[in-house]
Design a protein around this ligand. Structure first.
Ligand code: ATP
Length: 435
């Protein structure tokens, strides 16, 4: 994990937030390569979950919602973790995350721990100039509640019919007691959530629940994560959230242990029913074809963008040997790699035509121009940021209109006609996404 964290900083994937002021625990910034990789993960999720389906539509809702939202959803009363303090060193821990066998002694100094007490994870703020209870509001701890509160608006404006889904990507905030494991557990993070509304009958619920397991697991594989590192884990009865009748986690074998990437839950019609009760608005669905009215049940797929990003980074990180030298190589699936093609002129004298070619390729692909140091060194640099293809423009290119394309994973090289380069790159990207 240390090597991965260090590479993320060295190459501009992830920085500590507010580093110059000593950092702020639980918050992270994404650098030039991190933002590209992250955007590619989100784009691929949106494409799979929304663009390629005729039964899912998207929304983008506000981070601060009417505070009654959180009363109705149950977050105000029960979105808390059990917290314990050490009476000696004053450190705080999540009671359910203490090392095995530790119950009353501090894992750091051996001091006595307090009794666990509930700590609400929502960040509180004030809306407007008055700072009193009438202006209290919360940063959302999950993106999905506004999907429920906007359900009716989406139904009436989108021409969707149950079964259908509403998807959203956006920031969520949780005042985690112990943020840890790099970007795995932070206080500000992004979720990729989809609520799929169905008839509330048990058999239908089970069918869609199974369907979304398969779809979601398959998505992680197509993202380039090796299937032997992915696992589905059913929640035990006593682990289920208050609203869920069944839940399965997609887990990944991180260097720090097997941990959750995504939860797929059968939430029944708990959320819509709660919002109907609290808002006194009719959020039920009318099925004209069968002349029936019901409050739909929901299958939720709730994934963390940052956790997925970390899994992608961990899974891509490899060391191998090229020409007797050790290299670090990030084996990102080409379609999500932050840079698609490195443009490496053999000599600085070839800058003009190489730049011209780059400017043309830029319109379609993320490029990186590098003319500093030996070709070998430049390949290593691109390997370390996971660029799947490198293009070398040499003196022959001037006359034969061909360039050399080198593949990151095999280090194999091929001469390609300049007017075929775009198709060549696109084919590599498409193949990786479809595999
Ligand atoms: P955990 O048990 O790890 O705290 P959770 O079960 O509370 O997570 P959910 O409420 O199911 O998480 O949230 C759905 C997804 O949002 C998680 O699978 C995870 O990917 C992401 N997520 C939740 N909390 C965090 C966090 N603090 N930092 C980063 N991602 C998070």
């Amino acid at each position: 994990m240390e090597e991965i964290v260090s590479l993320c900083k060295r190459r501009g994937f992830v920085f500590q937030s507010s580093e110059i002021y000593g950092g702020i625990n639980g918050f992270w910034d994404f650098g030039p390569l991190g933002v590209e990789l992250r955007n590619n993960v989100k784009r691929f999720w949106w494409q799979t979950m929304v663009d390629l389906r005729d039964d899912v539509v998207g929304v983008d809702t506000s981070i601060i919602a009417h505070p009654q939202t959180w009363e109705a959803s149950g977050h105000l009363s029960s979105f808390s973790d059990p917290m314990v303090d050490c009476k000696e060193c004053k450190k705080r821990f999540r009671a359910d995350q203490l090392p095995e066998g530790t119950t009353d002694k501090c894992p750091e100094c051996g001091g006595e721990l307090t009794e666990p007490r509930a700590f609400n994870l929502m960040f509180k703020t004030f809306v407007g100039a008055k700072e009193d209870s009438s202006s209290e509001a919360y940063l959302r701890p999950e993106t999905c509640q506004s999907i429920f509160t906007q359900f009716k608006n989406v139904v009436t404006t989108s021409r969707q019919k149950v079964p259908f889904g509403i998807a959203q990507i956006g920031k969520s905030f949780r005042n985690e007691i112990t943020p840890r494991n790099f970007i795995f557990r932070s206080r500000e993070f992004e979720q990729m959530e989809m609520e799929f509304f169905i008839k509330p009958e048990k058999a239908i619920q089970n069918e869609w629940y199974e369907y979304w397991h398969k779809e979601r697991l398959n998505w992680y594989k197509r993202l380039g994560i090796r299937s032997e590192h992915l696992h589905m884990r059913d929640h035990e009865e006593d682990e289920l959230a208050h609203y869920a009748s069944a839940c399965v986690d997609v887990e990944y074998d991180f260097p720090f242990g097997r941990s959750e990437l995504e939860g797929i839950a059968n939430r029944g019609n708990y959320d819509l029913s709660q919002h109907i009760e609290h808002s006194k608005k009719d959020l039920s669905y009318f099925n004209q074809a069968d002349n029936e009215k019901f409050v739909p049940a929901v299958i939720e797929t709730s994934a963390g963008c940052d956790r997925t990003l970390l899994a992608v980074i961990c899974d891509a990180y490899q060391k191998d040997e090229v020409g007797g030298e050790e290299r670090i190589v990030m084996r990102f699936a080409p379609h999500i790699a932050p840079v698609k093609i490195g443009i490496l002129p053999l000599s600085k004298k070839l800058a003009e035509p190489a730049k011209k070619l780059e400017n043309d390729l830029r319109k379609r692909f993320k490029t990186d121009y590098d003319d500093a140091g030996s070709i070998g060194k430049r390949y290593r640099r691109q390997d370390e940021i996971g660029t799947p293809l490198c293009l070398t423009y040499d003196f022959d290119s001037e006359t034969d209109n061909q360039v050399t394309i080198r593949h990151r994973d095999t280090t194999k090289q091929e001469r390609v006609a300049i007017d075929q380069v775009k198709n060549y790159i696109q084919d590599v990207l498409d193949a990786s996404q479809d595999s």
